[in-house]
Design a protein around this ligand. Structure first.
Ligand SMILES: [Zn+2]
Length: 192
């Protein structure tokens, strides 16, 4: 199962480095906003446009909206996961308490990766992330899917968010990360 799968050395290095930088930014809010609105601006702006579009035109479909750390989020449609929108994110409804918590952490993590890597986040994180999501989702043989968070940038997003929530609530939320890492279908059949 999942435990024989490992990241490459480069993947592990990127995972650790991006976590470190992103968490530093998360704990320095002024820096976070400066970076998000300068070199992270493309994603931030695009994110606001999509966010406001959904707030206005999908008003009746929104199940919940709120704030999670620095991010505004809306809950929309059921059982599909989540999507980071610059400094904000959207997430699916009806995923169960734990997976909802997990997805919130994960998408929050991507917002700090955006501040940390700016335009490079688009090329090395967001586009590959969308590709992996759809490959896993559309694959006929779901057992062939590797753990979603095995790839460094997805694992990193989860780690960043879960570390922040763990520190805030003095409770270890990394448990969810580990649990999903060892589930081959993690990220594929989230409605199960
Ligand atoms: Zn992701």
């Amino acid at each position: 199962m999942g435990n024989e799968l490992k990241r490459t050395k480069l993947g592990e290095w990127l995972f650790n480095s991006v976590n470190k930088v992103s968490l530093y930014i998360a704990y320095h809010k002024v820096l976070f906003y400066i970076l998000s609105y300068t070199w992270g601006l493309i994603t931030t702006l695009f994110g606001w446009i999509v966010y406001l579009f959904l707030r206005i035109f999908f008003k009746n479909k929104i199940q919940l909206k709120g704030k999670f750390f620095t991010a505004r989020y809306i809950m929309l449609f059921d059982e599909w996961g989540g999507l980071e929108l610059g400094t904000n994110f959207i997430l699916a409804g009806n995923m169960g308490k734990y997976f909802t918590e997990h997805t919130k952490c994960h998408e929050l993590g991507h917002t700090y990766q955006n501040a940390a890597l700016g335009p490079f986040a688009i090329i090395f994180i967001f586009i590959p992330s969308v590709i992996q999501y759809w490959i896993q989702r559309l694959r006929k043989d779901q057992s062939k899917n590797k753990p979603y968070d095995l790839i460094w940038f997805e694992g990193s997003a989860t780690y960043i968010g879960e570390t922040l929530l763990s520190n805030l609530e003095h409770k270890d939320y990394h448990y969810y990360n580990e649990q999903y890492q060892f589930n081959n279908n993690y990220g594929a059949n989230i409605w199960i």
